[in-house]
Design a protein around this ligand. Structure first.
Ligand code: MSP
Length: 518
């Protein structure tokens, strides 16, 4: 047996538990899931981690308002977020909650170690503080008239002791790392943004605590009972606390702990996150890892933000897209397809219901669905449901599509992979229109031509059924069953072998039923 080797490790941001999941949360998880599935389909072992960020003042406040303990409140919400992950069809290998004992204990161990090594210091800060945003404000946050923007809510003057992590000393080092590793931050313009920030501003040390009398819903720091960990030293650490729990050797070694197993995942291959938290992932996190003596993640992939009808998503104005309602009405495959097809990873995107329906109708119902349905119905009708002996006349185009789509998957260019498949669907539907199998079928002397057409169409459908599986696993499994395949083929490392002459197709049904345009 081959020796165990490092798995491909992909993570998502962990969502705050307050509130219901929206399309932005769903998008990020689907992107990471498609990448995880594509990697597995390419033959790699994968560890895909997602989960929840459960500590903080907002959670504490809402729980208290509802008369619940924060833990009970989080447990209830975590159950519904887990259901949401299942509803999205996520193939995650673990699900982290920052209230898990395995996470909390690891955070404390890391804090003790870094404290002992002199990475933290205690200091008094006095300044203006927004209670709404739970953040200190600086002179830069003042409006030209000297006041703070009303969106900060109530601003008070606060004097407070806290612990700080020494970031400042690493500014040059992180600039060099980003410059020397062009693929570290993707897409390119996000990398330039980070370099711009690092070269123009002084990196302030990072405040890592809150006094426990002000915030007690957090992980207590082990070396001072008066404080809990604040946000990033809790949340970011999930990316290593869970591998540690599974026995990742590098992480076990870095914290001087035994119990290593063959579960090798660190360093992460890919952190999929939104553009708003890029600085924390591309600057703070690498510095934290360096301080811990751990290698850095290979890539941080920052996606853009979804809007609806050109406006920011907002619960208070009701401008939201409820992914659960969309999935209930249209199916999870259509939802996954739409978000990946519509929005390239990087820029912002705009959800419109009309846009969603339009793509469903043209690309799924009339495009792919119709291609599969017409092809299989003809095999059923003209050849009693058996694949004839014939020549695949689109063999070259299909293998070229395959190669380009695979290259796109490898580059995490998911929209590109779908564009390749979409072009192949269009090409095959055109081929039907051009070759007119319905007419040829009436002429017995052209049986050989009809055989070739039917073989060609079956082969195109079969390749698409494998290629599109990472994005639409459920629908592509149905497609493959309609083709009469007994075991589902999810192997992207090899162009699928042709169906044998005489192979019987399965039962035919609409993959993406047409819906009346509303
Ligand atoms: N808990 C932190 C992340 C800690 S990661 C160690 C957090 N949570 S969040 O719930 O506010 O956001 C979770 C993810 O959803 C982030 O990557 C964020 O960018 C993403 N999105 C939130 N709103 C979004 C859109 N409108 N569109 C796309 N993604 C968005 O930040």
């Amino acid at each position: 047996m081959a020796a165990m080797s490092k798995r491909f490790y992909v993570t998502t941001a962990i969502d705050y538990v307050n509130g219901a999941p929206h399309v932005g949360h769903a998008y990020e998880k689907v992107v990471a899931d498609v990448i995880a599935r594509a990697r597995r389909a390419l033959g790699e072992e994968v560890f895909f981690l997602t989960g929840l960020d459960e500590h903080g003042q907002k959670v504490q406040q809402v729980a208290v308002a509802e008369g619940k303990s924060p833990q009970v409140y989080c447990d209830e919400l975590a159950a519904s977020w887990r259901q949401f992950a299942a509803k999205l069809g996520l193939s995650n290998d673990d699900f982290v909650r920052t209230t898990d004992p395995r996470h909390k204990e690891f955070v404390q161990a890391i804090l003790s170690k870094l404290h002992a090594e002199g990475q933290f210091y205690k200091s008094t800060y006095s300044g203006f503080y927004s209670t709404n945003a739970e953040t200190f404000l600086t002179e830069k946050d003042r409006l030209p008239d000297g006041n703070f923007d009303p969106s900060w809510g109530k601003v008070i003057e606060l004097q407070e002791d806290n612990y700080y992590f020494k970031l400042r000393a690493h500014q040059e080092w992180i600039i060099q790392h980003i410059e020397a590793n062009p693929g570290f931050i993707a897409p390119d313009y996000r990398r330039n943004e980070m370099l711009g920030f690092l070269k123009s501003e002084v990196l302030e040390d990072l405040c890592i605590t809150r006094p426990a009398d002000r915030l007690n819903w957090g992980i207590p720091i082990p070396f001072d009972a008066g404080f809990v960990t604040y946000v990033w030293f809790d949340a970011l650490v999930n990316y290593i606390s869970i591998p540690f729990a599974h026995g990742d050797p590098l992480i076990r070694q870095a914290v001087g702990s035994g119990g290593a197993t063959s579960f090798e995942v660190w360093p992460a291959d890919l952190h999929v996150i939104g553009k708003d938290i890029l600085k924390f992932h591309a600057v703070y996190w690498p510095i934290m890892l360096k301080a811990m003596g751990l290698p850095l993640p290979r890539q941080i992939l920052a996606h853009g933000w979804w809007q609806k009808d050109g406006q920011r998503l907002s619960k208070s104005t009701g401008n939201v897209v409820d992914p659960i309602a969309v999935i209930d009405e249209w199916g999870v495959d259509a939802f996954r397809f739409y978000v990946v097809r519509e929005l390239d990873i990087g820029p912002d995107g705009n959800w419109t219901d009309a846009g969603f329906r339009g793509r469903y109708q043209s690309e799924l119902a009339n495009g792919l669905g119709n291609l599969v349905n017409r092809s299989l119905t003809m095999i059923q009708r003209y050849r009693a449901g058996r694949i004839p002996n014939g020549v695949n006349q689109l063999a070259r185009e299909t293998t070229e599509t395959w190669d380009r789509a695979i290259a796109a998957y490898r580059a995490n260019a998911l929209q590109g992979a779908l564009q390749e498949c979409g072009a192949m669907v269009t090409r095959a539907n055109q081929y039907i229109d051009q070759t007119s199998p319905f007419k040829i079928a009436k002429d017995p002397s052209r049986a050989g031509d009809l055989d070739n057409i039917l073989v060609t169409l079956a082969e195109v459908c079969r390749a698409l059924g494998v290629l599109l599986w990472p994005v639409m696993p459920g629908a592509m499994e149905k497609l493959q069953r309609q083709l009469g395949l007994e075991s589902i083929n999810t192997n992207l490392s090899q162009f699928p072998p042709p169906l044998a002459a005489g192979h019987a197709i399965g039962e035919i049904f609409a993959l993406f039923p047409r819906k009346d345009q509303k």
